[in-house]
Unconditional design. Structure first.
Lengths: 250, 250
């Protein structure tokens, strides 16, 4: 179905392949696997790959319309996406609009506290170390980013937040927090990479006030709640309702 | 022996009492208790209170001669110190000159790496949360310090490091890293508070290259090594050799 070459990288939720037609492009396959707590908890969910691929594609297109550079090129099939070949910066940038999750275990900030301006946390992507939170001073010591690059990453992440918060709000979803990854293209351009989906965003349904029912993201899986894929499906339905189907690549 | 009033605070290694003569002063008793790993590991060491009290007193006097403000007033007895009454800022400022300990579990920085300029880590003092590492962005959200105060704390911590590194180097000790706490006096002055001792500093003996023998600090206790108090005693001997006995208060 897609003209992909060899496997470059296999992560917990995606596989990345070379493209046979261009060294500047890759093909990304979204898998049905789900993991949580640094892969201590694992499961397979039918249809997860398709839902995350299509939601991500639409959200990347939303960012594009706001002038935010991403690695996204188009969808190739239900579960495959074409993207620019990037070198991933091994950092997870987490933007938090409402305090929940690990933040409330690591600070005295109470769950539910609105964070305005949003809190930006940076984690070092390393499974062996458990993706630790990293301070700016520690990041400096690692030498992963120049000061300019860090500032660009932070600016882009805040622009993504503004854009997605508004988009989700229109479809009655609250963007609680989300994780971004960034990459550098072969032409040395910084772009938003990876995926943007209920695996990487906390989304609360504004149409219910039930504290469990409103969870439409991977927290359902983390917390052992039922209807995980129904929640992802609801996000998919609303995103495509607001945005229409993502474009096909070539 | 000391004119102390009522107990204000009891920590893992010290007790703090009011002074009957002034609301601006307190008396601090250094205990023989040792704890590690957020108090999961506990022990009593004969003479620890005296050694830490006297070492701290001398080191505070060293800082004073370099114009660095501290809470220290003088020693009252072997295990008691008089100090200014301060409101402790609930942060632990850790300055690292050589990478070791938790830093190497939380980043890919290899143990033994020289950190120049020194790395400054800030931890939020909260036993229930396990004294978590805190980023500048999270610190902002907690509202514990103004930007000016944070900058003053960091400047003071770096001045303390420069001063202690040189002092210890003269007595053949390498200051690997150390923890500082800061307080605000009744006159709103920021000062170095708490203690500075082998409980709060990692000190390596330059007179031996043996990786275990050189450890002259609480790591001996953390790692289950023997001769813990002999190590503290050696630090005491060298500090007083270089500095002489600390002054008595009143």
């Amino acid at each position: 179905m897609q003209n992909h070459g060899s496997l470059i990288y296999e992560g917990k939720a995606k596989r990345v392949f070379t493209s046979q037609s261009s060294p500047d492009e890759v093909f990304i396959e979204f898998k049905n696997s789900a993991t949580a707590f640094n892969a201590l908890k694992k499961a397979e969910f039918h249809d997860k790959g398709r839902l995350n691929c299509q939601i991500s594609a639409s959200l990347f297109e939303v960012l594009e319309t706001h002038g935010i550079p991403t690695h996204y090129l188009g969808v190739v099939s239900d579960t495959w996406m074409a993207a620019q070949n990037v070198q991933i910066i091994p950092l997870e940038i987490v933007i938090r609009n409402i305090a929940t999750g690990s933040l409330c275990k690591e600070t005295p900030i109470k769950a539910g506290t609105e964070l305005n301006p949003a809190l930006l946390d940076i984690y070092y992507k390393d499974d062996d170390l458990g993706d630790p939170l990293i301070t700016e001073a520690r990041l400096d010591k690692l030498g992963l980013l120049t000061n300019d690059q860090r500032s660009d990453v932070e600016d882009l992440a805040r622009r993504v937040n503004k854009c997605l918060k508004e988009f989700f709000n229109q479809i009655d979803l609250t963007l609680v927090d989300f994780k971004l990854e960034f990459g550098i293209t072969n032409r040395r351009k910084l772009v938003v990479a990876d995926e943007i989906s209920p695996d990487t965003c906390r989304l609360w349904d504004q149409r219910t006030s039930d504290l469990q029912e409103r969870i439409l993201d991977k927290d359902r899986f983390r917390q052992g709640l039922d209807h995980v894929m129904e929640a992802y499906g609801e996000v998919f339905k609303r995103v495509q309702g607001a945005y229409s189907k993502p474009r096909n690549y070539k």
